[in-house]
Design a protein around this ligand. Structure first.
Ligand SMILES: CSC[C@@H](O)[C@@H](O)C(=O)COP(=O)(O)O
Ligand SMILES: [Zn+2]
Length: 438
């Protein structure tokens, strides 16, 4: 099932990394270093604050010595208490471990490819872990899959967001990231965390990995997966565009303008950088579903999963040059016949329907440019740009089809329907004298 979301929030332990890694590798690394760290950094304000908070939380005397503080810290660690001053201290120690290369984060094998794919598709990624933000950044800077810090646009811990089983923490994250929780998903292996996020309006997926402590946990109504391979996330806007493109393509197919698998449609998702949602290649455009859509860049190259239309490069060029919000390409017959009759451009005048392609009045003529067909979209794009006029929203590719664009799919459709009518009229009224121009 493909889910449209804008943001993926991730738990770490048991979700991205094996739990044993935290319990044996990281805790074993931190435990013997806690005491020396307190001694070595006694002058550091951060450490002084940690010590003061431990004394107060554990009910120690305000001047209790390092030995007493250390005993409390070790007790919390043994009980796996996620208490903020302990987490802060561990974070500092781990940070040095990652910096020196003594520690390397081991992700589950399915994690890094999924994170990279989601990020490449334009999803925002963020982390919510009981490990401190400092520890999170350090852990992601040195992983079995390299430095992945660049993939994340937000880090939250129990200090910056609140307890992980508390609904308000997820509301705080929603506010901090300025995201609609209905378009955000939280992945965790702990059912209580999943429930708290769901109560705050988030989508949730339970991660029940084989061999992990919560592998048999009950996530209630939430979907559960054993691996990120089972998750298909696409940007919510891409899925919505796919739905719109599929409905639009069905209309054109119904008109007989998309024979076989011909034709393709696109809408602009973003201008900076340019991103378009374009129909998938080689499929019957009358049978498209919302997921038969691919995000492409300014060159028509895919930036999400799937194979985009072979003509995506021309769509992107038209969107960039004309500032169009939607581009449609169909293999209706009239435009191709018209280009055959008037290969230097199809001049149309004296018809009320011209107002449907952006002219001011019936006596405001227009010439639809014609370019030669080819398989190189860069060359087609250059030819389009040479003949481009900002007040002509159409292009005929000889012996191929027509491109029409507009602010959105509806405007492009209205223009295409009117243009197709004009071209049929032009052909029918010049049949006796094919050299005649309207
Ligand atoms: C009948 S095949 C036509 C294609 O070669 C092409 O011109 C077309 O319009 C559809 O290509 P597509 O890659 O499916 O978007
Ligand atoms: Zn085509």
């Amino acid at each position: 099932m493909t889910v449209g979301v804008d943001l993926v929030l991730l738990d770490i332990e048991g979700t991205l990394t094996p739990t044993k890694q935290v319990h044996s590798v990281l805790y074993d690394y931190a435990r013997p270093r806690l005491g020396p760290w307190l001694d070595e950094h006694a002058d550091s304000p951060a450490v002084a604050e940690v010590v003061a908070r431990v004394r107060s939380l554990a009910g120690l005397a305000p001047d209790a010595g390092t030995g007493d503080v250390l005993r409390v810290l070790h007790g919390w660690m043994d009980a796996d208490e996620k208490i903020a001053p302990l987490k802060t201290l561990q974070g500092l120690i781990w940070q040095r471990g990652y910096a020196t290369g003594e520690l390397v984060t081991e992700f589950f094998a399915d994690v890094a490819p999924a994170l990279r794919a989601w990020h490449a598709a334009g999803l925002r990624l963020a982390v919510f872990s009981s490990g401190s933000v400092t520890a999170q950044l350090a852990a992601f800077s040195r992983t079995t899959d390299g430095d992945v810090t660049g993939l994340f646009s937000g880090h939250f811990d129990t200090v910056t967001a609140g307890p992980k089983r508390d609904e308000s923490s997820y509301r705080a994250i929603t506010a901090a990231l300025d995201v609609d929780p209905a378009r955000a998903v939280f992945l965790t292996d702990v059912p209580e965390e999943s429930a708290a996020a769901a109560a705050a309006g988030w989508r949730t997926v339970g991660v029940a990995r084989p061999g992990e402590p919560y592998h048999a946990a009950d996530f209630g109504a939430a979907r559960t997966v054993a691996s990120f391979d089972d998750l298909a996330f696409v940007p919510a806007a891409l899925l919505a565009a796919g739905r719109e493109l599929a409905a639009e393509a069905a209309r054109y197919a119904g008109l007989g303008w998309m024979p076989g698998t011909s034709g393709n449609l696109s809408v602009v998702l973003d201008r900076d950088p340019l991103r378009l949602a374009v129909t998938a290649s080689g499929v019957d455009k009358g049978e498209l579903t919302a997921t038969d859509v691919v995000m492409v860049d300014a060159y028509g190259e895919p930036v999400s999963a799937g194979v985009p239309s072979a003509e995506a490069g021309l769509h992107a060029r038209i969107a960039a040059v004309a500032g169009a919000g939607a581009v449609v390409h169909v293999h209706a017959l009239a435009p191709v016949l018209a280009a055959e009759r008037w290969p230097d451009g199809v001049r149309l005048s004296g018809l009320e329907m011209l107002k449907g392609v952006g002219r001011g009045a019936h006596d405001d003529p227009v010439t639809i440019p014609v370019i030669a067909n080819g398989q190189d979209m860069g060359a087609l794009g250059d030819a389009f740009e040479r003949g481009f006029r900002s007040d002509v929203p159409a292009l005929i590719v000889a012996r191929h089809g027509v491109y029409v664009w507009g602010a959105d799919l509806r405007q492009a459709r209205h223009r295409l329907e009117c243009l197709e009518w004009l071209l049929r009229f032009a052909l029918a009224t010049t049949n006796d004298d094919p050299t005649k121009e309207l």
